[in-house]
Design a protein around this ligand. Structure first.
Ligand SMILES: Cc1cc2nc3c(=O)[nH]c(=O)nc-3n(C[C@H](O)[C@H](O)[C@H](O)COP(=O)(O)OP(=O)(O)OC[C@H]3O[C@@H](n4cnc5c(N)ncnc54)[C@H](O)[C@@H]3O)c2cc1C
Length: 388
């Protein structure tokens, strides 16, 4: 069968884009997922959502993503409770004067786009968030509409809505090769040897995108980087905001049901380009560093038991931004991957804008600076506010 579009990868990016394109009547769409929907980074993530970025571009995109999350219940037909959308804010702590100045500069950009990010002294942090240990804290910023959601339920909700609009989704269907003929994409070859045809293919395979694109002769500087994370037993609800520090790298949130989820970046990050290299093992080193950091920032956590730890991949690019748009070398081949440690939160806005781009409509937020060709041209996009 021939499709108008084949999407490879069923994480937030692939599924949300399938939905947005189906909404714009983009024709027959087939989405192929190697394992289950959310089987990649989306299912490993903390699903934090924040508009507290530093570049105009990211602040605009995240302001739009926040709006989409806030209306997702009406859009997809699931309640906010089901999606576990929790808007308790993000409290970003600064541990040096220089870092605080940077946060204040970021807040100025956020204010320009209508976000009411507050700039807090350590005393104000202590007053508003008495559970937070302000030892070493020089200042902070707080934006109340930030928060987190359930990455599984959000993705499944998009998938269900996409199916209702006619998108065909096949799980347990790995793609082994992107088929190219005379410089044009022709479809995909599946691991079982069969082929599916389309003159447009969108790769949303997260950290696996690099290997897939290589089968079409495309060299993309996108690599997987292991990040570890843990979850505790449920506890009484005491923590409203997601508490994070860019300089120390930690993030800690409390889920609506009471468990705490927290993570820290690796000390010596490795760059993995080939799926055979990916390592999802958990380490004692992470457990020790994480518990030390967490019980320092939130001392009450000393009384909370950890129930599970796991590892997932940030899909990294040289400037921590997505590679999104058509690939220069092969007509009809598109990519949307590389969200680094923030691909879940950007997913809805990226999907919306990308679907406008792919269906020939004008974008409200121009994504063309993120086209994959920028790496060869050295036109990197700089963002100061990233974790890890
Ligand atoms: C520990 C951790 C914490 C994080 N915390 C946050 C956070 O708080 N907020 C945030 O916004 N982001 C966070 N992230 C980042 C976020 O998870 C990712 O950026 C995002 O989920 C990427 O989504 P994606 O759809 O692009 O890729 P993925 O979710 O990786 O989806 C790609 C899919 O492609 C499939 N696939 C791969 N190869 C093939 C193939 N050959 N054929 C078919 N299918 C294939 C995979 O199985 C996978 O399901 C975190 C990540 C980690 C690891």
């Amino acid at each position: 069968m021939t499709y108008e579009l084949i999407i490879i990868g069923g994480g937030i990016q692939g599924v949300a884009t399938a939905y947005e394109l189906a909404k714009r009547r983009a024709g027959k769409i087939l989405l192929l997922e190697k394992t289950i929907l959310t089987g990649g980074s989306t299912g490993s993530c903390a699903a934090g959502i924040r508009a507290q970025f530093g570049s105009e571009f990211n602040v605009r995109l995240m302001a739009r993503s926040l709006e989409i999350f806030e209306h997702m219940d009406e859009e997809l037909g699931y309640t906010k409770e089901y999606l576990e959308l929790w808007q308790g804010g993000y409290l970003v702590l600064a541990y040096s004067g220089k870092e605080f100045e940077g946060l204040k500069r970021n807040a100025e950009v956020q204010h320009r786009f209508g976000l009411d990010t507050a700039i807090l002294s350590p005393e104000e942090v202590e007053r508003d968030f008495p559970r937070v240990n302000i030892d070493g804290v020089v200042g902070a910023t707080y934006h109340s509409r930030d928060g987190h959601a359930d990455p599984f339920r959000v993705t499944f909700a998009y998938a269900e809505a996409a199916r209702k609009l006619g998108v065909e989704i096949r799980e347990w269907t790995p793609v082994s090769e992107i088929l190219v003929q005379n410089g044009k994409v022709r479809g995909v070859k599946l691991q079982d040897g069969s082929e599916e045809y389309s003159d447009r293919v969108l790769v949303t395979a997260g950290a696996w995108s690099t290997a897939l694109l290589k089968t079409a002769g495309i060299d993309l500087p996108l690599w997987g980087e292991k990040h570890e994370i843990l979850i505790t037993e449920p506890w009484e609800r005491v923590l409203g905001p997601m508490v994070i520090s860019f300089s120390r790298g930690f993030y800690i949130q409390q889920r609506p049901h009471g468990s705490f989820i927290m993570g820290l970046p690796p000390v010596n990050p490795e760059h993995w380009y080939e799926p055979e290299e990916f390592d999802f093992s958990s380490s004692m080193d992470f457990l020790m560093r994480m518990t030390k950091e967490a019980t320092h920032v939130l001392p009450f956590l000393q009384g909370v038991n950890i129930v599970r730890q796991w590892a997932g991949l940030y899909e990294m690019t040289p400037d921590h931004h997505h590679a999104i748009g058509p690939v220069d070398e092969v007509e009809g081949l598109w990519v949307a991957a590389g969200g680094s440690g923030h691909g879940f939160m950007f997913g809805p806005a990226m999907a919306e804008q990308l679907s406008k781009w792919m269906s020939g409509n004008s974008m409200d937020i121009d994504l063309t600076p993120l086209a994959p060709g920028r790496f060869k041209k050295g036109a990197l996009v700089v963002e100061p506010a990233v974790v890890g």
